[in-house]
Design a protein around this ligand. Structure first.
Ligand SMILES: *Cc1c(COP(=O)(O)O)cnc(C)c1O
Length: 397
């Protein structure tokens, strides 16, 4: 057994120093609450970065994982499993898409979607390889996805980057119109930018992007890795805006904490990849599929998509009251459902620290946006406690 300090010391010594971490050693959780090694309780409104959709230790998820682990964890996609068949069918049902491919991380899902767009484009014309993504986007840390990520600091030191990637101002349809031509094979966008600071685009933006992609026969990819699986009050945010992508990527919320991701396509793009063109050893393994099936089933059975919508609305109203109360400290409250951001007028780290002292876990992205992405099972009581902690934090800020 290690004590708290030994845990931190040992991890600091042996893990590559790539993360800036809170000095908090977490031990176990239940619902929206998590306990550290010393038994202190926290309300967790980060949820593993928008991952733990069912909160911690949801009985249905625990049961599905443990039972499947006792039967078969992995057997390769050389074979079929019943649980994979059930999971892919349910994923298509809730996403409104026709076919799905499973992988293991968000970056890997986007990597596959980008490959699909490239293959689709270059099969028509060798020059049709341009991929456009947005400034301030985040799509992952593999070579292709960090290149697609429109924030230069993720790319520093990794040149030469893959060719054919370009960036457009998010939400600006005129800028995209100017860049589009028949050599664009894919447009990759988050329907709400998450890491970039919780930016919701103008109302008709994505519909116009859709029109441009249709006009130039470019694959429209929505990265719903952060927005997807109920978080915005619909199964996928594209349903809120009424604009269907050709390819939809998902990860974070779909496994409720288990590392699993994938992308789904409409029938038109079902045969861009032929056998051997794309794959992966672990994607779609039985354990991941049991977890996905249990997570999606629980979201459905407990009506958590609607809970995200209702609680999200309530939460946003409370945050907007704070914005009125602290106009010189809060620039804006943004977001939809349970992905909300408070943009502050100066670096927001003290807000995070103050909340943590009160036993509340929140997160700051891009330096001055407090990001709130609680589990979909969140209750009004916990929202009220978090709002109170934020109020106290802003009073001192
Ligand atoms: C987190 C995230 C990714 C990357 O997912 P990983 O699992 O960390 O590779 C990609 N896109 C968006 C929108 C994300 O929020």
């Amino acid at each position: 057994m290690m004590n708290r300090d030994e845990v931190i010391e040992t991890a600091e010594k042996y893990y590559l120093p790539v993360f800036g971490r809170q000095k908090l050693v977490l031990d176990h959780g239940k619902g929206c609450h998590v306990w550290d090694k010393n038994g202190k309780e926290y309300i967790d409104f980060l949820a593993g970065i928008a991952v733990n959709s069912l909160g911690y230790a949801h009985p249905a998820q625990v049961k599905a994982i443990t039972e499947q682990a006792g039967k078969l964890v992995h057997c390769s996609n050389i074979f079929y499993t019943e649980i994979q068949a059930q999971a892919v069918k349910l994923t298509c049902e809730v996403s409104g898409m026709d076919r799905v491919f499973f992988a293991n991380s968000g970056a890997e899902a986007n990597e596959g979607a980008l490959k699909l767009a490239r293959k689709y484009g270059t099969s028509k014309d060798a020059k049709k390889f341009r991929i456009i993504s947005a400034k301030m986007s985040f799509h992952g840390r593999t070579m292709a996805t960090l290149t697609a990520t429109g924030q230069p600091h993720y790319q520093e030191g990794y040149a030469p980057l893959p060719a054919g990637y370009e960036y457009v101002e998010y939400g600006n349809i005129d800028a995209l119109t100017q860049m589009m031509d028949e050599n664009v094979c894919g447009v990759l966008l988050e329907p709400i930018q998450g890491e970039g600071g919780v930016h919701v685009p103008p109302r008709d933006y994505l519909a116009k992007v859709r029109e441009l992609c249709d006009k130039y026969d470019a694959v429209l990819i929505f990265d719903e890795i952060q927005t997807g699986v109920g978080r915005t009050g619909v199964w996928f945010e594209y349903m809120n805006v009424g604009v269907k992508p050709d390819v939809l990527t998902f990860a974070k919320g779909i496994g409720g904490g288990f590392p699993v991701s994938g992308f789904a396509v409409t029938e038109k793009f079902a045969h861009v990849f032929n056998p051997g063109d794309h794959g992966g050893t672990f994607g779609g393994n039985a354990l991941a599929m049991a977890d996905v099936y249990a997570t999606l089933s629980a979201i459905k059975a407990e009506n958590l998509v609607n809970n995200a919508k209702e609680k999200g609305q309530y939460f946003k109203e409370q945050l907007e009251k704070l914005a009125v109360k602290y106009p010189e400290k809060i620039y804006e409250v943004r977001g939809r459902g349970l992905i909300l951001g408070i943009e502050t007028t100066k670096p927001a780290a003290p807000i995070l620290d103050s909340c943590l002292e009160e036993g509340i876990i929140v997160n700051v992205t891009v330096g001055n946006v407090v990001r709130l992405v609680p589990p979909l099972v969140v209750t009004k009581e916990d929202i009220d406690k978090v709002v109170k902690a934020l109020d106290n934090a802003f009073a001192k800020f």
